[in-house]
Design a binder for this molecule. Structure first.
Ligand SMILES: [Zn+2]
Length: 306
């Protein structure tokens, strides 16, 4: 049995673990993400030591998912709006200081999509797209069985496709990105402006109010759902995917977000394309990223690819 390590770095949490060659999890852990770059690499080193000490057999390869635009040529994140301390850092040499096996790096959302494709709700599906909706929106695109990375690795950023030209300013420098229009922060903002209540409230609270049929809460999700539907219709018309999977904390709201999103997507897509696409919830939760990283390392090692 061969083992592969996966590390999924998020804005607040690092999830990591070991997966065997049949995609079974044999270890998993998590830690809070530090702000500074030096602290981050010492955390990664201690997590790696924990994994390598705990593994019965030697680990064959490790995969890392970092948030931001990952340049495959330079092997560095060149822009990370949500984790700026890793911008333009040479990642491979820093990891090679303490990891003596092959290391594969990619964007975190791509790796989550790969995880769902290999062992989650996208298993057996050749064209599947994952959207993760939380404080930001991540996405990864699998087309005809391959991760679609683009010429330098920057593809799959549906979170930064414009869905509202007059929308809020985004951390990427644009305005009205899907990320700014459907994130948990936007749902809070929608609710506050619709209800006239400025008090501290979470998106979970607004979901609870929506379940109680609070009009402002329902309208806050309706507004976000419509923008999500615009994003989904772009994917449906462009790629004719068999499945679009939706994950992330905001999706816990379920139908109050999903129903208006599907309605809008149906309205804006070709019927034939919409009808051949299943839009459903992702199944691996926040494990998708580290599982995807480990399986990406497994598959890339076997293929000898970068
Ligand atoms: Zn953006």
């Amino acid at each position: 049995m061969a083992y592969f390590a996966g590390f999924d770095l998020g804005g607040t949490q690092l999830k990591y673990g070991l997966v065997d060659d049949k995609a079974r999890i044999s270890f998993e852990g998590s830690a809070d993400t530090p702000d500074g770059m030096a602290e981050l690499f010492s955390l990664l080193e201690s997590c790696w030591e924990e994994l390598s000490r705990g593994s019965i057999k030697p680990i064959q390869a490790a995969g890392f998912g970092f948030p931001g635009i990952f340049d495959q040529e330079q092997q560095r994140i060149i822009q990370s709006p949500n984790y700026p301390s890793i911008d333009n850092i040479d990642l491979s040499p820093r990891l090679d200081r303490f990891i003596d096996i092959p290391v594969w790096i990619n964007n975190d959302a791509n790796m989550a999509a790969y995880g769902e494709f290999k062992t989650g709700a996208g298993q057996g599906v050749q064209s599947v797209i994952l959207l993760t909706i939380g404080t930001g929106v991540g996405s990864g695109i699998i087309l005809q069985g391959e991760l679609w990375q683009g010429v330098r690795g920057f593809a799959g950023e549906l979170g930064h496709v414009t869905v509202n030209p007059d929308g809020d300013k985004c951390r990427c420098g644009s305005r009205g990105c899907l990320e700014t229009e459907v994130s948990s922060l936007k749902i809070i903002k929608n609710y506050q402006s619709l209800s006239g209540k400025g008090e501290d409230i979470t998106s979970e609270d607004i979901f609870r109010l929506a379940k109680e049929r609070d009009e402002s809460a329902l309208a806050a999700f309706l507004q976000a759902g419509k923008h999500l539907g615009i994003g989904l219709s772009a994917l449906i018309n462009l790629f004719n995917p068999e499945k679009i999977l939706l994950g992330g904390g905001v999706m816990r709201a379920g139908d109050v977000l999903l129903c208006p999103a599907k309605e809008e997507a149906r309205f804006r897509s070709y019927d034939a394309s919409f009808n051949s696409c299943q839009i459903e919830r992702a199944t691996l939760g926040n494990r998708a990223g580290f599982i995807g990283c480990a399986l990406w390392a497994r598959d890339r090692s076997l293929m000898g690819k970068s």
